[in-house]
Design a protein around this ligand. Structure first.
Ligand SMILES: [Zn+2]
Length: 108
């Protein structure tokens, strides 16, 4: 069954949020290491604060994903209810838990 335009747009938005989530997930530990090096070199503990922005951004993206509604059925895409403790499995999930709408249906 071909995707409706709103389903395609919704899946593209989910894919974009997941890419951002992963980019931040990978970059935050690297930024933390860089901040630690800068603290040692400069003696300025304020460098640790430099990871706050990407960290808050990452948490925000994670919360958006947890609450994201399926563009087809309107139910939560990832879980039956927002459960932040399960958020780490978000990047691997490609299919709506309710109706089965899948990112794999996106064709470019
Ligand atoms: Zn659905």
């Amino acid at each position: 069954m071909p995707l409706k335009p709103e389903e395609r747009d919704g899946l593209l938005k989910i894919r974009q949020l997941k890419k951002t989530y992963w980019a931040l997930f990978v970059s935050i530990p690297l930024l933390l290491i860089a901040a630690q090096v800068l603290v040692q070199v400069t003696g300025q503990w304020a460098w640790i604060a430099s990871i706050l922005v990407p960290f808050v951004w990452g948490v925000t993206v994670q919360q958006k994903l947890i609450r994201y509604r399926c563009p087809r059925c309107g139910e939560p895409f990832f879980y039956p209810a927002p459960v932040p403790s399960h958020a780490t499995s978000i990047p691997s999930q490609k299919r709506c838990q309710h109706c089965g709408l899948s990112e794999d249906q996106l064709q470019f």
